[in-house]
Write a protein of this length. Sequence first.
Length: 202
Amino acid sequence: MNLTHFDLLAQTAARVHAETNHHYGGYLPYEFHLRLTASFASRYMYCLEVDEATEETIVAAALFHDAIEDARLTYNDLKKLLTRLRDEHNLLLDATAAAEIVYALTNDKGRTRAERAGAAYYAGIRQTPWAPYVKMCDRLANMTFSTLWHPVQRMAHVYAEEMPHFLEEIGEVPQPMIDEALRLCHPAKKKKKKTCQREVVF
């Protein structure tokens, strides 16, 4: 993907979240999560047979995937923003397709995590081209962050418990992404601590 296009999209997405004082993990700029999600989109793009315009559309959706849910944009706001960026900077992306992916990934109304991501939510993802792929990128980004520090965060256990249901519901995604998700569900066991013995010299 054209790096100039990527930087423009990433900086714009970051600004959208910064304007609503939206952070990640309680203290990081939300841009951290957006770029991590987009990095997974780029990393596994080799699994998809897509042209450059579709690749840019998918990466744009990855960068803006939380814009409706968390940054107070509407579907039409996002579509207009992406259309303006495309027209002013000669981008290749399909603004409508990217907005559709983001809309599909926006959680439903609900009192609990399960209600916000119920059957209708996953059906919408499966019915939207490339939405399962971007949702998997989002999940990989969250799982990576949740297992980055020691001890792992509470959400790491939540993601691990949800994984069987998540994989059943999300739709078709590349197997290497599934393999990485399962690996993150089962971080390597800590090696048994060795007893340090100080040699005493008489």
